[in-house]
Ligand binder design. Sequence first.
Ligand SMILES: CC(C)(COP(=O)(O)OP(=O)(O)OC[C@H]1O[C@@H](n2cnc3c(N)ncnc32)[C@H](O)[C@@H]1OP(=O)(O)O)[C@@H](O)C(=O)NCCC(=O)NCCS
Length: 161
Amino acid sequence: MTGTVRLTPMRWWHLDDVHRLEVRLFPDDAWSLEQFWQELAQPTRRYLVAVDGASVVGYAGMFIAEPDADIQTVGVDPNRQGEGIARGLLEELLAVAEHGGVTHTLLEVRADNEPARALYDRLGFERISQRPRYYADGGDALILRRARPRHSDAGEVDRDR
Ligand SMILES: CC(C)(COP(=O)(O)OP(=O)(O)OC[C@H]1O[C@@H](n2cnc3c(N)ncnc32)[C@H](O)[C@@H]1OP(=O)(O)O)[C@@H](O)C(=O)NCCC(=O)NCCS
C-alpha cells in the first residue's frame, strides 16, 4: 500500500463514493446505497475505507459476533488493485477483531474469483466447505475460515484450532 493511502472508519459521507465503486466491482449483485446505510447503523459491524487524498480507493467490512466474525465485503478501485490495499484493509479489521476476542473469521467467496481467493489465502484463510451452484448464475461458493494467529514462545506464528 503506498504511503499516500490511509485507512479510516467508513462514515456516511463516504457512502456515495463507496457505492459508485460497489456498482463497478459487483455489476450483477451490487449492494444498494440503503444496504450500506443499514450496515453502518449496526453496532456489530466494522467498516473501513482506504482513502487517497479526496478519493475512496477501497473498502471492507466485518460482522463481529465474538468469538466469530464474518468478512462482509471487500473491494478496491480497479485502477488501484495490486497495491496491497485490500490486504491492508483486511489486516486492520482482523487485528481489531482478534484483539477483541474473535478466534475465527469466516467468509464466502466465489470459487472462480481467483484474485479474492489469492488474497484470502495470503491472509491465512482455509477452505472448510463448498456450496455447489450457490449463485444465481450457477457458480459455486467456497466457505473459508481463518483461525486467530497465536504467537508461540519461539516467536513463530501458530494458529488456534
Ligand atoms: C479481490 C480484491 C479486493 C483484491 O484487492 P487488491 O487491493 O488488488 O489486493 P492486494 O493488492 O491487497 O493483494 C493482496 C494479495 O492478494 C493476491 N492477489 C490480489 N489480486 C490478485 C490477482 N489479480 N491475481 C493473483 N493474486 C492476486 C496477491 O497474492 C496479494 O498478495 P501479496 O500481498 O503477497 O502480493 C480486488 O481484486 C477486487 O476489488 N475485486 C473485485 C471485488 C471482489 O471480488 N471482492 C471480493 C469478494 S469475496
